[in-house]
Ligand binder design. Structure first.
Ligand code: ZN
Length: 137
């Protein structure tokens, strides 16, 4: 079981989900494959859909990080710093910009009012889609 944070449905209340994961042993090469829900991201506590929604609320709707935190994080105990912002938004923006999160995402070609943390519109139409990682043997 692993924990995954964020709304269970679009614009729903944020929750902490206990998610069942399964391990499979490849009989050909003895590799162990961990199978998780498609919205679970390696090394991240929040679901992909939660992060995508948070980035949309931030970049497209211009909502404040503190408000987005309330809509994304099930943790209701907020520290002094988190009451005015949310560092996760900045980390996720940096990760998307550097290609470490949602590498298949393309830059939005429209220029919107709130562009803090937005991906610069560079050659968006020429970025190839990376192949999905999978186990092939
Ligand atoms: Zn194999």
């Amino acid at each position: 079981m692993r924990q995954m944070l964020g709304p269970a449905e679009a614009l729903g209340a944020p929750v902490m989900l206990e998610v069942a994961c399964r391990r499979y042993l490849c009989v050909a090469c003895k590799a162990v494959v961990l199978v998780v829900p498609s919205t679970m991201l390696a090394g991240r506590r929040y679901s992909a859909s939660a992060i995508a929604q948070a980035l949309a609320l931030f970049g497209l709707e211009g909502q404040s990080p503190a408000k987005i935190r309330g809509r994304t994080s099930p943790d209701k105990i907020v520290g002094a710093t988190a009451s005015t912002g949310w560092a996760s938004i900045d980390r996720w923006c940096d990760a998307v910009r550097s290609g470490n999160l949602f590498p298949e995402a393309r830059a939005c070609r429209r220029r919107l009012g709130c562009v803090r943390g937005a991906i610069p519109p560079t050659k968006a139409s020429t970025v190839p889609m990376p192949p999905r990682s999978a186990h092939h043997c």
